[in-house]
Design a binder for this molecule. Structure first.
Ligand code: ADP
Ligand code: ZN
Ligand code: ZN
Length: 747
């Protein structure tokens, strides 16, 4: 180490929780600024790390200081505020440095440890006829190479020339030495940035004139942007009220003033309409948009990320991980459908994309716009406490009416022979009516497959998953029994496997069975089913939506996952086949989810000129969320639900932390969960409420038995470190794993 060597601090992505000081050798390759991804020696190996500080006051013993090997890129892959965000995430979600950085920096970027290079050749000095003839005589191979390169519209790879023309590297080298050709190196994986959504249907893309309500909302948001302060706006607009249009106008302002934007959607593949609107609107005006989604190849990911890091694109649209995009000068973060549980990541770090979005906006002094027709209770509560501003859109565009909602009490419907009601007389009649009028219908049922269970009336046998506490679902097309938790499947038996009776019964209705039933009720209708089973085929989703739009399909049957953002003017009937599915989930949010589902699903009807109708089938027509949703009474629902939450100390009044213990041996898991509870109660000085341990609602899942505790916490960032400190000193058995989940969205 020379006294002139510069020092930096690097946070290794290697299971270490503190930054280490390194010396920067002079002439080192790559970026060494804060947020740069660098290779470092660590113990006896090489690993990656992120530069978190320039300079260091760590006292490293003489001779122990090591040199950074190099930087992977010429620019940082994280901005300084993303580094700050990573610290917050570690603390708030009790996550390791490694897991946070691996989440923030896409693996396609981290894998770029030894980039394979393509050497691309192009013509530098154009030869005239005379010169070319001279070259032909003196060095015919070189002339051949020259002609070949000149004919290509784009630079060509050296390897390709050598293979195609059977020439040696020396022929090419002499051309570059003479400056006739020029060569530059590019990453092999680099592909022109394109993606599966780029040829999505183009939507009419002139900015429309905003309605009065839209304009008022947009001006308020614009004022916050102009103020250059951190503010959160909740854009609470009924379905079809034109929320997207408000985002687009606000985005235009931000782009015009040189700022950048992150636009989050719950899942990109499910929102092709939004993507094509963004593309149509901004790319035509010359603003490049990066669409960050799961179908990108590694090369495309790397390219997209670096495009953002270099500031070549200032808008990124994507699912939750797009919030970590390394864009500078972030001015606006849009979180569309902010109530969606899909924003929560199910693996460590178990972060909530919306909450991280709000935090990042705060760090950047940017404006965060949360949009929804059915905001989460957390966000609505933040309005009441005046932390967020609210902008309401109460009317649909063109004053289209919200649909009429009919509740059908399924207890009064004639039961089918197998004991389960499914399609009411009213729904059947209205479906036929739409068919006669050449209007379209959508049916929702949040249950995939054919039937939800198989049982035997003679001996009581029920087909269960071998690995989970759930019944197997019958999938008719494949003749399989499947577990929707772990994916286990087996051929469907024709009789009872236990008593050999042939009278097996299929209970409960899934989308496949509804498809079959509707086929009989509305003969002649073209019916298509859309759920994760169909989604697994690439591009099928888009094709089906396209066919539905052009009227090739009369009735669309799907799970609620498809409810988001569907906007089809000719849909005048929406049926919710079983509104009670979400009421029965063992979750304090059951009422909220049911209310949201009803409102969202209803929002798919009557988006064109014709009025819409909604038929909701339920066994519990008097349950509050169903009643409030029917009357579209948000305030009524909010007041009633908040009162419940307050009484039981549930969010938004407290944060919940779920502490799950799991392992193959149930006694052991329970024992450790109980030991832990005792230790925690004894040692924790912070006053928090602890409930449990109890068996989790799904006690056995993927061969693991599960027990959990619940912590009711006022301030997570303050309290959680006390819990994790005690946890660090708690020795678990090797067969038992524990997981902390802060602000879980399911139980
Ligand atoms: P939301 O996101 O609130 O459900 P959208 O933004 O998708 O609503 O708007 C619903 C429909 O109304 C879209 O087809 C959109 O193009 C159209 N729209 C939105 N704002 C306007 C406007 N000011 N004038 C005319 N049409 C509009
Ligand atoms: Zn039997
Ligand atoms: Zn299973």
């Amino acid at each position: 180490m020379n006294s002139t060597d510069r020092l930096i601090e690097v946070m290794p992505i290697a299971g270490i929780e503190t930054p280490l000081a390194y010396a920067v050798p002079s002439g080192v390759r790559g970026c060494m600024e804060i947020g740069a991804l660098v290779r470092i020696p660590l113990q006896n190996r090489t690993c990656l790390g992120v530069v978190v500080r320039e300079g260091s006051d760590q006292k490293v013993p003489a001779g122990k200081l090591k040199y950074v090997i190099d930087g992977l890129f010429n620019e940082p892959v994280l901005t300084p505020e993303l580094i700050t965000l990573s610290k917050w995430m570690r603390r708030y979600y009790a996550a390791s440095v490694e897991s946070v950085f691996e989440t923030m920096i896409p693996s396609a970027v981290r894998q770029e440890m030894s980039p394979k290079m393509h050497r691309l050749l192009s013509v530098r000095q154009v030869l005239n006829d005379e010169e070319l003839q001279a070259l032909d005589k003196r060095a015919p191979k070189q002339a051949e190479v020259y002609r070949f390169v000149q004919q290509q519209p784009l630079p060509v790879a050296r390897g390709l020339i050598m293979g195609r023309l059977k020439v040696s590297a020396a022929s090419i080298d002499s051309l570059t030495k003479k400056n006739i050709l020029t060569e530059r190196a590019e990453r092999e994986e680099r592909v022109v940035y394109s993606d599966v959504l780029s040829n999505a249907e183009k939507v009419s893309e002139v900015a429309v004139e905003l309605t009065e309500e839209q304009a008022a909302a947009e001006e308020d948001i614009a004022a916050s942007i102009a103020a250059g302060e951190f503010r959160v706006h909740l854009l609470h607009g009924v379905t079809g009220s034109g929320k997207t249009e408000v985002y687009l106008h606000a985005m235009r302002r931000v782009l015009d003033s040189g700022g950048s934007i992150v636009y989050l959607v719950p899942e990109v593949a499910l929102t092709p309409q939004t993507v094509s609107r963004l593309r149509g609107r901004f790319e035509q005006a010359g603003d490049k948009i990066v669409v960050w989604h799961s179908h990108l190849s590694n090369g495309e990911r790397l390219d997209a990320w670096m495009t953002l890091a270099r500031g070549e694109a200032r808008v990124v649209v994507g699912a939750r991980s797009a919030i970590f995009a390394p864009i500078q000068n972030l001015r606006l973060v849009v979180v569309d459908e902010e109530h969606e549980p899909a924003y929560k990541q199910a693996e460590t770090p178990r972060y909530h994309g919306r909450d991280v979005a709000v935090y990042r906006a705060m760090l950047s002094k940017a404006v965060c716009v949360l949009g929804s027709a059915t905001p989460s209770l957390e966000s609505l509560y933040n309005i009441q406490t005046k932390n967020y501003r609210v902008n309401r859109l109460t009317k649909r565009i063109d004053d289209r009416q919200l649909p009429i909602v009919h509740l059908v009490d399924m207890r009064r419907e004639r039961l089918n022979p197998d004991g389960s009601a499914n399609i009411s007389a009213m729904l059947a009649e209205k479906l036929q009516d739409r068919q006669d009028k050449a209007e379209q219908s959508i049916l929702f049922l949040n249950r995939r497959g054919y039937s939800s269970s198989m049982n035997c009336p003679d001996c009581g046998f029920v087909a269960m998953c071998e690995h989970c506490d759930v019944m197997l679902t019958y999938h008719r097309p494949e003749q399989q029994l499947k577990c929707h938790i772990c994916g286990f499947h087996q051929p469907a038996p024709s009789g009872c496997p236990q008593c050999k009776s042939s009278k097996v019964r299929w209970r409960g209705y899934g989308t496949q069975r509804i498809e079959e039933v509707i086929g009989k009720i509305v003969p002649g209708a073209k019916i298509v089913r859309l759920d994760t089973d169909t989604m697994s085929k690439k591009n099928l989703f888009r094709k089906i939506l396209g066919d539905f739009r052009t009227g090739k399909i009369d009735i669309l049957i799907g799970t609620q996952m498809i409810a988001k953002g569907l906007d089809f003017p000719n849909v005048t009937l929406v049926g919710l086949v079983d509104a009670d599915v979400s009421l029965h989930i063992p979750d304090f949010r059951a009422a909220e989810r049911t209310f949201q589902l009803l409102v969202q699903v209803s929002g798919r009807a009557g988006r064109g000129d014709k009025a819409g109708e909604v038929v909701v089938q339920t066994l519990m027509p008097h349950s509050p969320p169903i009643q409030y949703a029917r009357q579209a009474d948000f305030d009524g629902f909010l007041d009633a639900e908040l009162e419940q939450r307050r009484e039981f100390n549930y969010p938004p009044y407290r944060h919940l932390v779920r502490h799950l213990f799991r392992g193959r041996n149930p006694e052991k898991v329970q024992f450790y969960a109980e030991q832990w509870a005792k230790k925690l109660e004894k040692e924790l000085t912070e006053p928090i409420e602890i409930r449990g341990p109890v068996a989790a609602p799904l006690e056995k899942m993927k061969d693991q038995y599960r027990f959990h505790l619940w912590y009711f916490v006022g301030n997570v960032s303050r309290t959680l470190p006390y819990i994790t400190a005690i946890r660090d000193a708690f020795k678990l058995d090797d067969d038992v794993i524990d997981v902390l989940d802060v602000d879980p969205v399911d139980m």
